[in-house]
Design a binder for this molecule. Structure first.
Ligand code: GN1
Ligand code: MG
Length: 365
């Protein structure tokens, strides 16, 4: 089946023109599809859901429909455009389902492409970063009140850092490709900081910080940015909207917006935590959510940045040792490059902790 055939199963009007594969995500396969209707160009995002990561695509899609419906109602209340500030899921023509299952058993979905928008993997414009912070904060606000019990947990223990460490220990013991010895330095670093990296999960387990509805994949390239104005529009990629800590979302954003380079830049000399970018994100994000945070939650935000950065290093390292089976890679050793990059960033977060705390304080009260 071609992408054109897949599109034909969905309720999208007009005629298929062209399709291009996008390479930003490292889990699902994503295509930008162009249609034309009444002489007007229409754009869609078509995705094949990675079934080995998302075990139940049907439930995943039901969850996304529930979440987007809820967010849409709140976007309306804010008098913002529902076409640009929230994702729209298209249904299939015959069964009216938010996914299509092809003859090979693969699941496909179609979203509206947010018009005149782009995404950034790295961005040097602090105004865009501030606006991205606002968008992620607004997403949080729009989900406030959504019943966590109604959420489908698409990947159990996704940000459960102690469980991520356990998996790493297990694979190091097995060491199927004899790679562990070569990464001793990286292993030493992550295990040295294990206690601190697992603190946030402990606070959640003890009920000391609230379990909220969080996005859980708040990297910079998961928000659509208006090409002309630089304003952040809809938050994208809703596969991991699950119960979680506010500090996870804040942290995953900081990990990407404040890094001076791509997360897989193999030259760690390029990796720095940019405090101006950090500040810009704090300004946008906290401007939206600070009124809703508990005192202890406020104190966990920077811990969240460190936690998510180390956790991702643990995940990349685990994948490297197990033979690169989870994250898509373009060359051998890419997961190791990603690991080293994240570890450098985490160590800069430790060095700059006092400066980060001081900046956070300016925007949190
Ligand atoms: C994966 O595929 P993508 O880029 O949306 C991963 C995230 C990581 C990210 C790192 C379901 O997201 O947790 O932060 O790669 N998503 C999943 O680039 O594992
Ligand atoms: Mg994703």
């Amino acid at each position: 089946m071609t992408i054109q055939d897949i599109c034909a199963s969905f309720e999208i009007g007009g005629k298929y023109v062209t399709c291009k594969e996008l390479s930003t995500g490292i889990i699902n396969s994503t295509y930008h599809v162009q249609y034309v209707r009444d002489g007007e160009e229409k754009n869609y995002i078509v995705q094949r859901i990675n079934k080995s990561v998302f075990k139940n695509p049907t439930k995943l899609m039901e969850n996304i429909v529930n979440v987007t419906d809820y967010v849409r109602e709140n976007i309306k209340k804010k008098n913002l455009s529902t076409k640009r500030f929230v994702l729209r899921v298209f249904l299939t023509k015959d069964k009216k389902k938010p996914y299509f299952k092809d003859e090979k058993g693969e699941y496909w979905r179609v979203y509206r492409y947010i018009s005149n928008s782009i995404t950034y993997d790295v961005c040097d414009d602090v105004k865009v970063i501030e606006s991205a912070g606002e968008a992620f904060g607004r997403f949080q606000n729009c989900l406030d009140g959504f019943d966590t019990k109604k959420l489908y947990v698409s990947i159990p223990n996704f940000h459960n850092t102690p469980v991520r460490y356990k998996k790493l220990r297990k694979i190091v013991k097995k060491d199927p490709y004899k790679r562990a010895k070569q990464v001793q330095k990286e292993l030493d670093f992550v295990f040295k900081h294990e206690e601190m990296a697992c603190q946030l999960q402990k606070l959640l387990d003890e009920g000391l910080i609230p379990l909220r509805v969080t996005h859980n994949d708040t990297k910079l390239n998961n928000v659509a940015i208006d090409k002309a104005t630089g304003q952040a529009l809809s938050v994208l990629d809703l596969d991991t909207v699950m119960p979680g800590a506010m500090a996870h979302d804040f942290g995953d954003s900081i990990r990407t917006v404040a890094n001076t380079c791509l997360e897989d830049d193999p030259n760690t000399d390029n990796v720095h935590l940019d405090l101006n970018k950090y500040r810009a994100f704090c300004k946008g994000f906290l401007g939206e959510v600070k009124g809703n945070l508990t005192d202890l939650e406020k104190k966990t935000l920077n811990l969240g940045a460190f936690t998510i950065t180390i956790e991702l290093a643990v995940r990349f390292l685990t994948d490297y040792i197990q033979g690169d089976t989870y994250f898509k890679t373009k060359y051998p050793g890419q997961n190791l490059d990603r690991t080293r990059n994240q570890l450098k960033l985490a160590s800069e977060m430790l060095e700059k902790k006092d400066q980060m705390d001081a900046i956070l304080k300016e925007y949190i009260n």
